[in-house]
Write a protein that binds this ligand. Structure first.
Ligand code: GDP
Length: 393
């Protein structure tokens, strides 16, 4: 699945729900439009493309087989980005989906996490660079706001690859764990499966997304957020196929000889809650949580450059302080460049000096040799002169 050159504009075939975003954020963002970037990680065949297409009710991401066809012989995890501008109720959303084909598919998956972490960090760095520019009105937020991690529906404990990946990434990105293909798990066992996963995560100190509770929110809003949070890890069923339910309704779902699973039915999977969180009610929370993760990253980065961040100042709100900080960063960069240039200059001077010393020594040696040769010549001539004089006497 290669990234398309131009960003396609999608007409949504049905109501998705992000038109509700103006209630989540202030008007300036509404005018400019939103940028939301989600990453999907999990082995091939777990239903990543299907879920993304189900979420946005559009064929945004090609299926696993089509994607695999372009990756024959690949030895590493790929990073593919698909963007689409989608619009609902006059609200524009630039949606970026980063797919990671190949994750967990190789014989050796030891460093499967690495290209994914690098991608997240590179996007933080890009944001940091933009922040350090003097003109910040055009900052494009390409940071990864959510990472959907697909867990196999086996019901067993998390595997080594899951734990390794989640431990390495959980301080960089909002991890949303999902149990893939939940219709393959016995509904009576699902709660136990979820508990086992949560216990594993806690035991290994793995942080997953924790939605903020806004105490100014009304009771209903608070209860809604708590309800969404309680469903994590989300048990997911995805499908964009229309099937006939037992009562004759035509619904999005999966048809089986024993009956139909409806994706939009809350009693049958957590898909509805996941969509609600990602798109309808908590997209802005996820962006704010990303700000916090970014600030931690940024503080570490500045520290590595020898600059200590004043956390009371950095709230993303104080332009004066931010400018001073940008100046400090800029000055630190200049100082670093200057000291590097000094070091280069010093090295060149010492090289030149040692070369001069060497040629001086060579000259001395030659001079000494010539003088010795002359002295010897003179002694020989003196000797000859003496002998001739003696013979003439
Ligand atoms: P990807 O490789 O992770 O992107 O997986 P795909 O989305 O291409 O799905 C792989 C296969 O699993 C396809 O045949 C899908 O129809 C099927 N699939 C996707 N989601 C579900 C689901 O929720 N339940 C079941 N039973 N099958 C699914």
């Amino acid at each position: 699945m290669a990234a398309p050159a131009a960003i396609p504009r999608r007409k949504l075939t049905s109501y998705v729900g992000f038109g509700n975003l103006p209630n989540q954020v202030h008007r300036a963002s509404v005018r400019k439009g939103f940028n939301f970037t989600a990453m999907v990680v999990g082995e091939t065949g777990l239903g990543k493309s299907t879920l993304i297409n189900t979420l946005f009710n559009t064929n945004l991401v090609p299926g696993g087989e089509e994607r695999l066809a372009g990756r024959e012989g690949a030895q590493t995890v790929g990073i593919d980005t698909i963007s689409a501008d989608i619009e609902e109720n006059e609200v524009r959303l630039r949606l970026n989906i980063i797919d990671t084909p190949g994750f967990g598919d190789f014989v050796n998956n030891d460093s499967a996490w690495e290209p994914i972490l690098q991608t997240i960090d590179a996007r933080f760095d890009q944001y940091l660079d933009q922040e350090n520019r003097l003109n910040r009105s055009k900052i494009v937020d390409n940071r990864v706001h959510a990472l959907l991690y697909f867990i196999q529906p086996t019901g067993h404990a998390l595997r080594a690859i899951d734990l390794e990946f989640l431990s390495r990434l959980c301080n960089r990105v909002n991890i949303i764990p999902v149990i893939a293909k939940a219709d393959t798990v016995d509904p009576d066992e699902m709660q136990q499966v979820k508990q086992r996963i949560l216990r594993d995560l806690e035991f290994h100190n793995i942080k997953t997304v924790q939605l903020p509770i806004d105490m100014d929110d009304d009771e209903e809003g608070i209860a809604e957020t708590e309800e969404i949070q309680s469903k994590i890890p989300f048990a997911i069923v995805g499908s964009n196929d229309m099937v006939r339910a037992s009562d004759g309704r035509v619904v999005r779902g999966r048809a089986y000889p024993w009956g139909t699973i409806e994706v939009d039915n809350e009693l049958q999977s957590d898909f509805v809650k996941l969509r609600q969180m990602l798109i309808r009610t908590n997209m802005e929370d996820l962006r704010e949580l990303t700000d916090q993760l970014y600030e931690d990253y940024r503080a570490q980065k500045l520290l590595s450059l020898g600059i200590t961040q004043d956390d009371t100042v950095f709230q993303g709100m104080n332009p004066g302080a931010k400018q001073a900080e940008a100046r400090a960063l800029h000055e630190a960069k200049l100082a670093k460049m200057e000291s590097e240039m000094k070091a280069v200059f010093q090295r060149k001077v010492s090289e030149k000096e040692s070369k001069l010393k060497q040629s001086e020594e060579e000259l001395y040696t030659r001079h000494r040799e010539m003088r010795n040769a002359l002295d010897q010549q003179r002694a020989e001539l003196e000797d000859r002169k003496r002998r001739i004089q003696n013979s003439l006497r």
